[in-house]
Design a protein around this ligand. Structure first.
Ligand SMILES: *Cc1c(COP(=O)(O)O)cnc(C)c1O
Length: 402
C-alpha cells in the first residue's frame, strides 16, 4: 500500500481524518484477523484466478461501455454509460459479494451474514452463498421486508434465511445493528459481508478493491474507443459509496479526471426529508467508522429519506468523506422528482430503464459544464426492474403521460 498517497487507505485504516475501526471489544480479534490477512489473500494467484473467472463467466464481465448518442447530443459531450446494470443480479453489488465470499472461504468461515435495505445486497449475498454452499442469514428491516417483497422471495428461493429487524425505524440502519449483534455472538464461525464501502477498516478498502474492476475496465475500454485511457469526468451516485469508489479507484490520483458524486436530496435538501449526507452531514461515528453522517446536535442519527431505498443511508463511506473534504470530488444532490424525470428520459431516449439510485447520477448532468470534446463516464450502477412498482406508482400519482 502506498502510504503517502492521500486517497488510499493508510496503515491505520484512515482516509485523511475519516475511517478507522470503532468496534466492540468482542469483535476485535475477528476484525484484526481480517485486517491482517485480506491483502495477502486477495493477492494470491489462486484467489485472483477464481475471482476473475467468476466475474467473467458468472457475473458476465467485462460490462460494456456504451456511448449514449441521445444523451451525448443533449449534453454536448461524449456520454458513456458503464453498464453495471447488465451484471448478474442487476447491479454492481455482485462484484463485492463474489470477492468477499471467496475471502470468507479462505478464512475458513462456515456462515455468512449480511444486512440489506432494498434487498439488492441481500440478493447478491444469497446468490454467492448458493454458489459456494455456505449458510446465509440476511437481516432486513421489517418495514423494508413489506416494501421489497419480490427481493425477499428471491433471497428465500436462493436458500437464505431473512430475519426481520423489528427495532427503531425497522429499516436499513436497524438491520445493520442486528447484523452486528449476530456477528458479535458468532464471530468465530461467521463472516459479515458488508454491502458498501462503509464499516470498520478494512471493509471500506476491501469493498473498494473488489469494485475497482469497474474503473480498471473503463480505462481499457476508453483507450480502445478514444485512444485515451482516462475520461474527463466520472459520475456516480452515492449511498454508502461502493459503485462510486469502484468507478473512481484507478483515477483517484489522476487530476485530469473530475470525480462527481450524486446524492439523494429526497424531497429537497432543506425539506427535512433527504439523504444528502455529505451536504447535511457532520463528522461522527456510524457502524464502525468515522465519517460524515446526518445527526442531531447530541449525536442521534437523523432518519434519512429518499424514494430510492438504495440511497437512504444516513452516512457515507470514509473515502468519499475525505474526497469531498479535500475537494478532490464534487457532490451534487438530485431530488426524487429530478431522479424520476431521468428514469423516464433514459428509458425513452436510450432504451435503458435504470435503477432509481442510478438515475440520481443522470439527473445532475445538467449542472456540469462540459466541453464538446469531453469524455464523460457515468456508472450505470443498476437496472430498474426492482423499481418498477415505485415507477408505476409515481407515474400514476403525478399523472405523467408516457
Ligand atoms: C445499492 C445500490 C446503490 C448504492 O450503493 P453504493 O454502495 O453507494 O454504490 C446504487 N445503485 C444501485 C443500483 C444499488 O443497488
Amino acid at each position: 500500500m502506498i502510504e503517502n498517497n492521500t486517497y488510499h487507505v493508510s496503515e491505520s485504516g484512515h482516509y485523511g481524518e475519516f475511517g478507522g475501526a470503532y468496534i466492540p471489544e468482542m469483535l476485535y480479534a475477528n476484525v484484526e484477523a481480517l485486517r491482517e490477512k485480506y491483502l495477502d489473500i486477495i493477492a494470491e494467484p489462486s484467489f485472483q484466478a477464481e475471482y476473475n473467472t467468476l466475474l467473467q463467466d458468472y457475473v458476465g464481465r467485462p460490462s460494456p461501455l456504451y456511448l449514449a448518442h441521445t444523451l451525448s447530443q443533449k449534453y454536448g459531450a461524449n456520454i458513456y454509460l458503464k453498464r453495471e446494470d447488465l451484471n448478474h443480479t442487476g447491479a454492481h453489488k455482485i462484484n463485492n459479494t463474489i470477492g468477499q465470499i471467496l475471502l470468507a472461504k479462505r478464512l475458513g468461515k462456515k456462515r455468512i451474514i449480511a444486512e440489506t435495505g432494498a434487498g439488492q445486497h441481500g440478493v447478491a449475498t444469497a446468490t454467492v452463498c448458493a454458489l459456494m454452499k455456505l449458510e446465509c442469514i440476511v437481516y432486513m428491516g421489517a418495514v423494508d421486508i413489506v416494501r421489497q417483497a419480490p427481493n425477499v422471495a428471491r433471497m428465500q428461493m436462493l436458500g437464505a434465511t431473512v430475519i426481520p429487524a423489528e427495532s427503531g425505524s425497522k429499516t436499513l440502519k436497524d438491520a445493520t445493528n442486528e447484523a452486528i449483534r449476530d456477528w458479535i455472538n458468532n464471530a468465530e464461525t461467521t463472516h459479515y459481508i458488508i454491502g458498501s464501502a462503509i464499516g470498520p477498516h478494512p471493509y471500506p478498502d476491501m469493498v473498494t478493491r473488489f469494485q475497482a474492476v469497474i474503473s480498471e475496465e473503463i480505462k481499457r475500454q476508453l483507450l480502445d474507443k478514444t485512444g485515451k485511457d482516462h475520461p474527463d469526468y466520472v459520475v456516480a451516485c452515492v449511498g454508502g459509496g461502493s459503485n462510486a469508489a469502484g468507478a473512481f479507484y484507478h483515477f483517484l490520483h489522476d487530476e485530469r479526471v473530475k470525480l462527481i458524486l450524486a446524492e439523494a436530496a429526497g424531497k429537497g435538501i432543506d425539506s427535512g426529508h433527504s439523504a444528502a449526507t455529505s451536504i447535511l452531514g457532520t463528522k461522527g461515528i456510524i457502524h464502525g467508522c468515522m465519517t460524515l453522517l446526518m445527526q442531531t446536535d447530541d449525536g442521534q442519527i437523523i432518519e434519512p429519506y429518499s424514494l430510492s431505498a438504495g440511497l437512504d443511508y444516513p452516512g457515507i463511506g470514509p473515502l468519499h468523506a475525505h474526497l469531498i473534504q479535500s475537494e478532490r470530488a464534487t457532490v451534487h444532490a438530485a431530488t426524487d422528482d429530478e431522479a424520476m424525470a431521468s428514469v423516464i428520459e433514459l428509458s425513452k431516449s436510450e432504451g435503458i430503464i435504470p435503477a432509481l439510485e442510478t438515475a440520481h447520477a443522470l439527473a445532475i448532468l445538467d449542472r456540469l459544464d462540459f466541453k464538446a470534446t469531453d469524455n464523460v463516464v457515468i456508472c450505470l450502477s443498476g437496472r430498474g426492474d426492482k423499481d418498477l412498482n415505485t415507477y408505476l406508482k409515481y407515474i400514476e400519482e403525478h399523472q405523467i403521460t408516457l
